[in-house]
Design a binder for this molecule. Structure first.
Ligand code: THU
Length: 130
């Protein structure tokens, strides 16, 4: 199964009763394993979590740390880029060269790098004394 197929499959489980906007995400790690996540909304709107955050949480729970590829899919008219918070979350576990494929359920795709999504990222190098 391709990484995008994994993202497409988990999107079916998304819990998005408020926005009606279902999103699926999948990350492949350096070991070759794939972790998936979907958005999970909440009646207290800010408590909702994005698909990317879910996939990353599953990866961390499994003891992994290094994303080498990611895929995100949504039922949007054009490939929807990850939100600002998810860009920062992806950058925590992926180098700037890592490719993220964004897709619509209609079949349109666009591939961007982590560095393109988050130029000038805040990283640990900005905290030399910590
Ligand atoms: N959402 C994601 O899960 N990932 C994205 O990259 C964009 C937005 C979710 C959050 C919320 O549940 C819904 O899409 C509408 O913003």
């Amino acid at each position: 199964m391709s990484l995008m197929d994994a993202a497409r499959a988990v999107r079916e489980n998304a819990y998005a009763p408020y926005s009606k906007f279902k999103v699926g995400a999948a990350v492949r790690t350096a070991s070759g394993n794939v972790y998936t996540g979907c958005n999970v909304e909440n009646v207290a709107y800010p408590e909702g979590t994005c698909a990317e955050a879910g996939a990353i949480a599953a990866m961390i729970a499994a003891g992994e740390r290094e994303i080498v590829e990611a895929a995100v899919i949504a039922g949007s008219p054009s490939p929807v880029p990850p939100c600002g918070g998810c860009r920062q979350k992806l950058a925590e576990f992926a180098t700037g060269h890592v490719q993220i494929t964004l897709a619509t359920t209609g079949g349109e795709t666009r591939t961007v790098s982590v560095a393109e999504l988050l130029p000038g990222a805040f990283d640990a190098g900005h905290m030399p004394d910590s």
